[in-house]
Design a protein around this ligand. Structure first.
Ligand SMILES: C[S@@+](CC[C@H](N)C(=O)[O-])C[C@H]1O[C@@H](n2cnc3c(N)ncnc32)[C@H](O)[C@@H]1O
Length: 245
C-alpha cells in the first residue's frame, strides 16, 4: 500500500516522528472539493467507506483502521473503481484527533466495533472516545453504530441516555424493523465482513444513530451489563464493571 495514493499510513510509531501535515487540509489537499467528510472507524476491509462513496459521490469518505491487510481490500477496490471521494488512514484510533482539525468531519460510522467488554477506555462509543471525536466533529455531528453486540449496544444506549445525547434512530433488530424508510434501508443494507459472520450465526443486527453536541461535560455510565456469551473473555468474570471503574 506504500504506493497507493489513497492510503495514508501513520501508526502511533510513525506519527511521533513525522507530523501529519494534512490535518485541517483534507479538503483542499486530498479531495479537491468542499464536500462533507465522513469517517468509518475500525473499517476493516472498508465496506461502508467504499459503498457509501458510491451511493454519495457528493460526499467524502475515509476508512480508518490499524490493520493494513484488511484495509488493502477497500483501498484496492476504490483505486480500481476510480473512486476519488475515498481515502484510507492506517492508524490507532486512540490518536484520531491528530489527523483532523476542528469541524473537519461531519459524521462517524462505527461498524461492528470490538465491544471491549473489559475496558471502556478502549471502547469506541465510550465518553473517552466521544471527547476525542468532539475535537474534530462538527457540533451536533452524527455518530452511527451498527453492531451485533448486545453488550456494546446496551452500553452505548446508557452512554447516550446518561449524557442526554439526542438519539435520531434506534433499532434492536435492523432487518425486521418496519419503521425504516427506503433510503435508510439502502444504506443499512451494506454488509461488512464481520456483519456477514454474525448474521450467519443467527445474531440480530442493531443500529443506533445519535448527535454529539460539543458542549457539556460527558459522564461515563456506571452500569452492570451482561457480557456477550458468544465472545471469548475471561469466563469467571461475569460483570463488565470489575475493570470499568
Ligand atoms: C471487529 S473488526 C470490524 C471490521 C469491519 N468494520 C467489519 O465490520 O467487518 C474491528 C476492526 O477495528 C480495528 N480496530 C479496533 N480497535 C482499533 C484501534 N484502537 N485503532 C485502530 N483500529 C482498531 C481492528 O483492526 C478491526 O479491523
Amino acid at each position: 500500500m506504500e504506493t497507493y495514493e489513497n492510503v495514508f499510513q501513520y501508526p502511533f510509531s510513525v506519527i511521533e516522528n513525522v507530523p501529519f501535515e494534512m490535518k485541517g487540509h483534507w479538503h483542499e489537499q486530498y479531495f479537491h472539493n468542499n464536500n462533507p467528510i465522513v469517517l468509518e472507524l475500525g473499517c476493516g476491509k472498508g465496506e461502508y467507506t467504499v459503498e457509501l462513496a458510491k451511493l454519495y459521490p457528493d460526499m467524502n469518505f475515509i476508512g480508518v483502521d490499524i490493520k493494513g491487510a484488511r484495509m488493502w481490500t477497500g483501498a484496492t477496490q476504490a483505486l480500481n473503481e476510480g473512486l476519488k471521494n475515498v481515502a484510507f488512514l492506517r492508524t490507532n484510533i486512540e490518536i484520531i484527533e491528530r489527523f483532523f482539525a476542528e469541524d473537519e468531519v461531519q459524521e462517524i460510522w462505527l461498524t461492528f466495533s470490538d465491544p471491549q467488554m473489559k475496558n471502556p477506555r478502549k471502547r469506541l462509543t465510550s465518553t473517552y472516545f466521544m471527547n476525542r471525536y468532539r475535537k474534530f466533529l462538527v457540533d451536533g455531528g452524527v455518530i452511527h453504530l451498527k453492531t451485533d453486540s448486545n453488550f456494546l449496544f446496551t452500553y452505548s444506549t446508557y452512554m447516550v441516555e446518561k449524557n442526554a445525547l439526542p438519539v435520531i434512530f434506534r433499532t434492536e433488530d435492523l432487518y425486521h424493523d418496519e419503521r425504516i424508510d427506503e433510503g435508510t434501508k439502502k444504506i443499512l443494507a451494506i454488509q461488512t465482513y464481520y456483519e456477514g459472520m454474525w448474521i450467519a450465526r443467527g445474531l440480530n443486527i442493531k443500529y443506533m444513530k445519535w448527535n454529539l453536541p460539543r458542549n457539556g461535560e460527558l459522564v461515563e455510565p456506571e452500569v452492570e451489563i451482561e457480557l456477550d456469551d458468544y465472545r471469548s473473555y475471561h469466563r469467571s468474570k461475569r460483570s463488565s464493571l470489575d475493570k470499568a471503574k
